[in-house]
Write a protein that binds this ligand. Structure first.
Ligand SMILES: NC(=O)c1ccc[n+]([C@@H]2O[C@H](COP(=O)([O-])OP(=O)(O)OC[C@H]3O[C@@H](n4cnc5c(N)ncnc54)[C@H](O)[C@@H]3O)[C@@H](O)[C@H]2O)c1
Ligand SMILES: [Zn+2]
Length: 368
């Protein structure tokens, strides 16, 4: 087992990583509890594989629990899901000193985290991520949210977990498409500021996706360490440091909006295409060598991820797509900060480019 800490003063918390960890989760949770009781929130896919094992481990430590199983899918991260979950927690007699367990992917983690930030004005929660995306990204950092009509993740809070328990062995049951989508966020950490890690991804990405457990453990530990460092430096994204985590996300967000945040294009798939677009945009502006943009696209292609508008299944014009970007919640003072790059592992934030320039670029991309 590996362990690291997200350093946030009195809100610091450990991240544990190791195959088989959730079968012993009770031992890691017990020391945190003021009374031997917890509540597990999960979705039905995850429940079918892991709820019994997690429950048995809690039971072995003398911890009683109740569980709430939600519908899988993005639609659960909604006002309706939040209402049902918070009412259920209150019905279960949740106390402010309790630790609620979020067992699942980013949907469960984001919803449970937000519910725990508001129920009785806040209780603790523990992230037990079971998708690659959640294990390398969403379970760490304390961003929680639901989706509303006005947009994705528009209502939420910063609420850090008390513990993150990552069991890479749970990825064995994750559908290959979700696995590849999560892998896009792994590649992102290389592109942000770590060219050596990107080169490692080029060498090991295929093995990781095929099931190599050493490669999975290494990628998760490396990604989570990078995220923990960035979150510790800029917890609430008030400087440009945490904004770098949005590499590929502004372009990706436009693609997700255009495809209706549906199964047509998963978040990580949109991020993959968005990263390729951010690099080609950087190259088009003379900021980054074209060879580096080509290298990014080549690796994404090699692992079967989208690397542009066509492979993401989007044929909208540039003005439409730039219009989606204008609704990004990162817009400040009417300008959208873009994460661009000077090369592999050399990303930076700028608001130098207007959406008209972005629209013209996306029009050219549409004709590629
Ligand atoms: N808070 C953050 O910082 C942050 C960062 C990135 C993404 N997100 C959010 O994360 C969400 C996406 O998360 P996701 O990609 O994990 O999707 P998800 O939670 O919908 O999980 C994907 C699918 O895999 C299933 N599943 C999960 N674990 C499984 C397992 N081990 N075996 C078999 N099936 C399993 C789920 O039931 C679901 O059908 C989005 O809502 C996004 O906004 C949040
Ligand atoms: Zn993301």
């Amino acid at each position: 087992m590996e362990s690291l800490t997200v350093e946030l003063g009195d809100r610091s918390y450990p991240i544990l990583i190791g195959d088989g960890l959730i079968r012993n989760i009770g031992g890691h949770v017990a020391p945190l509890l003021r009374r031997p009781r917890t509540m597990i929130i999960t979705d039905s896919h995850v429940a079918a594989h892991y709820l019994t094992g997690v429950g048995a481990s809690l039971g072995a430590e003398g911890i009683s629990f109740s569980s709430f199983v939600l519908e899988p899918g993005e639609a659960t991260k909604s006002w309706g899901g939040l209402a049902r979950l918070t009412e259920w927690l209150i019905g279960e007699g949740v106390e402010r000193s309790d630790h609620v367990i979020a067992l699942g992917g980013g949907v469960i983690g984001d919803l449970v985290g937000f519910a725990c930030s508001i129920v009785k004005r806040g209780c603790h929660f523990i992230q037990v991520p079971t998708t690659l995306l959640a294990q390398v990204d969403s379970s760490v950092g304390g961003k929680t949210a639901i989706n509303v009509a006005a947009g994705k993740n528009m209502i939420g809070a910063f609420h850090q977990p008390a513990l993150v328990v990552i069991d890479p062995a749970t990825l064995a049951t994750l559908p290959r498409r979700d696995l590849a989508a999560g892998y896009a966020e792994v590649v992102k950490y290389g592109l942000i500021d770590d060219a050596d890690f990107f080169a490692w991804c080029e060498a090991q990405g295929a093995a990781l996706l095929a099931g190599d457990s050493d490669a999975r453990q290494k990628a998760i530990a490396h990604s989570v360490a990078a995220k923990a460092r960035i979150v510790a430096a800029d917890e609430r994204e008030t400087q440009d440091v945490r904004a770098l985590l949005n590499l590929g996300h502004s372009f990706g967000h436009a693609l997700e909006a255009e495809t209706g945040y549906s199964d047509k294009l998963l978040h990580g798939e949109a991020v993959a295409a968005g990263m390729a677009l951010a690099y080609r945009f950087s190259a088009a502006q003379g900021l980054c060598p074209t060879a580096d943009a080509d290298r990014v696209a080549a690796h994404l292609t090699a692992v079967g991820l989208p690397h542009g508008l066509a492979s993401a299944g989007v044929d909208a014009d540039g003005t439409t797509l730039a219009g989606h970007m204008a609704h990004d919640k990162k817009v400040r003072g009417g300008k959208l900060p873009l994460i661009l790059a000077r090369g592999i592992g050399q990303s930076f934030v700028t608001d130098e480019f207007g959406l008209d320039i972005v629209a013209a670029f996306l029009d050219r991309e549409g004709q590629r």
